[in-house]
Design a protein around this ligand. Structure first.
Ligand code: GLC
Length: 426
């Protein structure tokens, strides 16, 4: 790409970020998602740093200002009232000073903080801001292993599909059958007003999402009880790999800043997690799979959740097999990495997380593959991501076969990732 084409795309990406900037946090996009989302914010901070390092730190700090006393960082912070999204605070009823949801999301904060720090031009500012965040991120990591890994296996479970960040993945279908739909209070969805219903979850799936929220609410949002009381407990390899990478990054950052206890605790978490991940490997699929903690069985669903572990320091042969899997997927889909294997009859090119490409996921996979020495495959992912932007703009997600933009438009983290891709490519 020419220098002027690159700077033109970056300028357009910055415009999207500014448009969705609320001052101390960003919203994912106007209309569909009018609040602060956890992993969106942490990844968006990387894009913000491109033009305002102090503002980038603020993005993560605002999120952590709403951390729960037990250490959990909620998946949504409802800073200001808006009736454009369901389920809103009146459904969650978590009793927090500023309303938040009651579940969490992938723990990218540790990774983002380290990357911001490493790249900072203003090292003094970065050290100050990172030092204040360290104990908070550490407390979140501790929370995960205490509350979501009650038997100390080294792997944490999600108790609601929305925690995975891959909300509507095929991975959850079978385990989700166990979630009842009786007793769900009447509700009106808002997502289908902003996006094509054919690209969104079905009514039955939505009932189950809400049943779980009501169930957890009935238990007073007491995290010590929720895991065992949930009919849905799934160990997601992507989710765990992100936590493992974040723990390793937090350990490095803590070491640099002289916080040896935090460093040691996170180093141990990452080490134990990496060993435990082996249990999720599938030779047949050449990737990791989810584990249903209630049945104790692996879930036969080749989703991008099992490719995402390339983001963590997995064993070399595993990274090589994943690189080969991405190449195989590139033979089936024009744009990689599809969120589900197009060869699976359940693949749906347009329904969210059941086929479409997401740039945040691409970013993490290519980052990990490049670090593991698979630069060519990483480059292929970057190329697909930039092609999508050039052809279809800053969408929420894209059809991997046609490149059609799907879901919400003018999307914050998509714009942030484009800046990242271009910066790495130059
Ligand atoms: C959807 C995505 C989730 C994201 C949120 C806001 O719910 O599945 O990962 O955090 O939108 O962009």
């Amino acid at each position: 790409m020419t220098v002027s084409a690159t700077s033109d795309i970056i300028a357009r990406a910055v415009e999207v970020l500014r448009e969705n900037d609320q001052g101390a946090y960003t919203i994912p996009t106007k209309g569909l998602y009018p609040f602060q989302w956890n992993w969106d914010s942490c990844l968006t901070a990387l894009g913000l740093a491109h033009y305002d390092e102090a503002r980038a730190w603020t993005e993560i700090e605002t999120l952590f200002a709403h951390q729960w006393p037990d250490g959990m960082v909620p998946h949504i912070v409802f800073h200001v009232w808006n009736d454009g999204y369901f389920p809103g605070p009146e459904v969650w009823r978590t009793g927090r000073p500023t309303a938040t949801s009651g579940i969490t999301q992938p723990a990218v904060a540790g990774f983002a903080a380290r990357r911001l720090f490493d790249r900072a031009n203003d090292k003094k500012l970065a050290a100050e801001r990172a030092r204040a965040l360290l104990p908070k991120i550490d407390a979140w990591h501790r929370w995960f292993y205490e509350n979501r890994d009650p038997k100390g296996e080294g792997l944490v479970a999600i108790i609601h599909p929305w925690e995975s960040g891959r909300d509507n993945s095929i991975d959850w279908d079978d385990a989700f059958e166990r979630v009842p739909t009786e007793g769900v209070e009447p509700y009106t969805r808002r997502d289908t007003l902003h996006a094509d219903p054919a690209h969104r979850p079905t009514r039955e799936q939505y009932d189950r999402y809400i049943w779980l929220v009501q169930h957890f609410r009935g238990l007073g949002w007491d995290n010590a009880r929720l895991h065992n009381a949930s009919p849905f407990q799934v160990v997601d390899p992507g989710f765990n790999a992100i936590l493992i990478r974040a723990a390793a990054d937090l350990a490095d950052l803590a070491e640099t800043l002289g916080e040896t206890e935090i460093a040691a605790a996170n180093r141990a978490r990452a080490k134990k997690g990496l060993v435990a991940m082996e249990r999720l490997w599938s030779d047949v699929h050449g990737q990791y799979l989810c584990l249903d903690r209630i049945t104790g069985e692996l879930i036969d669903s080749a989703s991008v959740g099992g490719i995402l572990p390339a983001f963590a320091a997995i064993p070399k042969p595993r990274a090589a097999a994943i690189a080969a899997t991405v190449e195989r997927l590139a033979g089936k889909a024009r744009y990689v990495v599809p969120s589900h294997d197009p060869g699976d009859p359940r693949f749906d090119a347009k329904r969210y997380w059941r086929g479409p490409v997401w740039l945040v996921v691409n970013y993490m996979i290519s980052d990990g593959l490049a670090a593991a020495g698979h630069g060519k495959v990483a480059q292929r992912i970057t190329q697909s991501s930039l092609d999508l932007i050039r052809e279809s703009g800053f969408a929420e997600y894209y059809d991997p076969l046609t490149g059609e933009p799907l879901g919400g438009g003018r999307f914050t983290w998509t714009a942030a990732m484009v800046i990242e891709f271009l910066r790495n490519a130059s």
